[in-house]
Design a protein around this ligand. Structure first.
Ligand code: SF4
Length: 252
């Protein structure tokens, strides 16, 4: 499974974000997340026990500046500085300071690059996290299932989780965020099932994200019986949103 051992990795080409320089603000070995998604590229939480030692803001800042200096000197394009990596980035207790460090480095070296954060949205109800996410260009927030039961099956939250509270917290973006949803099928869950799909479409209508990214599995997954959807199928599922004027990006 995929684990990053440095605070900065890449750039890697992403169809969603272009040339994306990854920032891992989680412990370097293993995985740290308050979800344990059945499709997680980092594997199950139990198999990826991390050291629990978060990288320090100053270390992330200097690694980022060193890499951006190198990219600028080599003429390497950077479209996005992307918080992702070994789990949920907002769990780093210094997440707001880390965002500030990334914004400063971006402004200095690649002012036209975007700052992106891939998050499972579980912490967005916390004032300091929400305020930090408001400073980034692309807060990409995950809602995979439209019901508490669906979340339990797909995302397997650790500890308390309320989908409704998360949706209320996301409403505070007033649409200025990107919604990300994984579409998959397994014996316990099917993202295309009519009732659930309808409920998910209603969540998009309620949150009115400026963009919705729909994707499916494309790497090894911890649960083995998962089936992907084709891009064509996902376009069909989301076509009604496009007709209603929503921007939907499908990655098959
Ligand atoms: S939220 Fe992301 S990092 Fe966490 S378990 Fe799910 S896919 Fe993995």
């Amino acid at each position: 499974m995929l684990h990053f051992d440095k605070p900065v990795f890449g750039p890697i080409f992403s169809r969603r974000l272009g040339s994306s320089l990854g920032v891992n603000v989680l412990p370097s070995a293993g995985k740290l997340c308050n979800f344990d998604c059945i499709y997680c590229e980092c594997g199950w939480n139990r198999d990826g026990r991390s050291s629990g030692i978060f990288p320090r803001t100053e270390d992330v800042r200097s690694a980022l500046e060193a890499k951006l200096t190198e990219c600028a000197a080599e003429g390497t394009r950077i479209d996005s500085i992307t918080f992702s990596g070994n789990g949920e980035p907002t769990l780093n207790p210094d997440f707001p300071a880390l965002v500030d460090a990334a914004v400063e480095a971006r402004d200095r070296f690649f002012p036209s690059a975007k700052i992106s954060v891939l998050s499972n949205a579980t912490t967005v109800g916390r004032k300091e996290i929400f305020e930090a996410l408001r400073k980034v260009d692309n807060p990409i927030m995950k809602i995979d299932a439209p019901t508490e039961e669906g979340v339990r099956i797909l995302n397997r939250p650790c500890g308390n989780y309320s989908l409704e509270e998360t949706l209320c917290a996301l409403e505070r973006f007033e649409g200025d965020f990107i919604l990300q949803t994984m579409f998959l099928k397994c014996p316990e869950y099917d993202s295309s099932e009519e009732h659930g799909l309808g409920a998910w479409l209603d969540i998009v209508r309620r949150l009115r994200p400026r963009e919705t990214m729909v994707y499916t599995i494309d790497r090894e997954t911890p649960q083995k019986n998962l089936q992907k959807f084709s891009a064509e199928e996902m376009r069909m599922f989301t076509d009604v949103l496009v007709k209603e004027g929503f921007m939907v990006q499908v990655r098959g």
